[in-house]
Design a protein around this ligand. Structure first.
Ligand code: HEC
Length: 171
C-alpha cells in the first residue's frame, strides 16, 4: 500500500513537471476564431478609431479587390495604438495579438459587407503571419469564412504594412 502511494506521488510529480516545461500550446489554449466571433467583436463601431480619424466613407482604392465603391476602416483599441496623430498606420507597425481591423463596404450609402482582419498567432484559422481573414454580410452571414486562412487575400495585401493596405491606397 505504501509503495503504491509513493508511486502515485512520483508519477504525479513527473507529469506535473512535464506539463510546465512543455513548449507546445495545450489544446485548451488553442483558439479558433470564426467569422461569427469577429462579427460579434466588430459589428459595432463603439470603442473603435476610424482611419484618418474620420467616419466619412472613402472611394475605394484603384487596386482594391473589394467590390463596393465606398468604404471606411476602423481599428479596435489594441490596433488603434499603432495609428499616428493623423489616424494613419505608423511605418514599420507589426500589430499585436487581439488587434481587430474592420472595413465596412457601402453601395449607395448602404452597408453591404464587414471585412475583418484579426491578429491571433497560433489560432486554428490564422495564416502564417497570425492574421485571421473573414467577411460577413451586415447580419453576420459568412461571405468569406475565416477557415480559408486568407487564401486569395494575402497575395494582394503582402505589399502593405503588416499586410494592411489603407496607407498606400488612401495616403
Ligand atoms: C486585388 C487586391 C486585394 C485583394 C484580393 C484583397 N484586398 Fe483587402 N484591401 C485591398 C486594398 C487596396 C485595400 C485598401 C482599401 C481599399 O481601397 O479597398 C484593402 C483593405 C482591406 C482591409 C482594411 C484594412 C487594411 O488596411 O488593409 C481589410 C480588413 C481587408 N482589405 C481584408 C481583405 C480580405 C478579408 C480579403 C480576402 C477575402 C481581401 N482583403 C482581399 C486590396 C485587396
Amino acid at each position: 500500500m505504501r509503495h503504491a502511494v509513493m508511486l502515485l506521488f512520483i508519477v504525479g510529480v513527473f507529469v506535473g513537471c512535464k506539463k510546465e516545461d512543455s513548449p507546445v500550446t495545450p489544446a485548451s489554449v488553442q483558439t479558433t476564431t470564426t467569422e461569427a466571433t469577429l462579427y460579434m467583436l466588430g459589428k459595432s463601431s463603439a470603442g473603435f478609431t476610424f482611419y484618418k480619424n474620420s467616419p466619412d466613407t472613402l472611394s475605394k482604392g484603384g487596386n482594391s479587390g473589394h467590390p463596393d465603391a465606398f468604404l471606411r476602416t476602423r481599428y479596435n483599441s489594441t490596433s488603434a495604438k499603432y495609428l499616428d496623430a493623423n489616424g494613419k498606420v505608423k511605418a514599420g507597425t507589426v500589430f499585436p495579438d487581439s488587434s481587430l481591423i474592420v472595413k465596412e463596404l457601402f453601395t449607395n450609402n448602404l452597408l453591404t459587407t464587414y471585412v475583418f482582419l484579426f491578429k491571433k498567432k497560433g489560432d486554428t484559422n490564422a495564416d502564417a503571419n497570425g492574421w485571421v481573414w473573414a467577411e460577413t454580410s451586415p447580419s453576420g452571414t459568412a461571405t468569406y469564412p475565416a477557415s480559408n486562412k486568407g487564401a486569395g487575400c494575402t497575395g494582394c495585401h503582402g505589399t502593405g504594412i503588416d499586410y494592411t493596405r489603407m496607407n498606400d491606397a488612401h495616403p
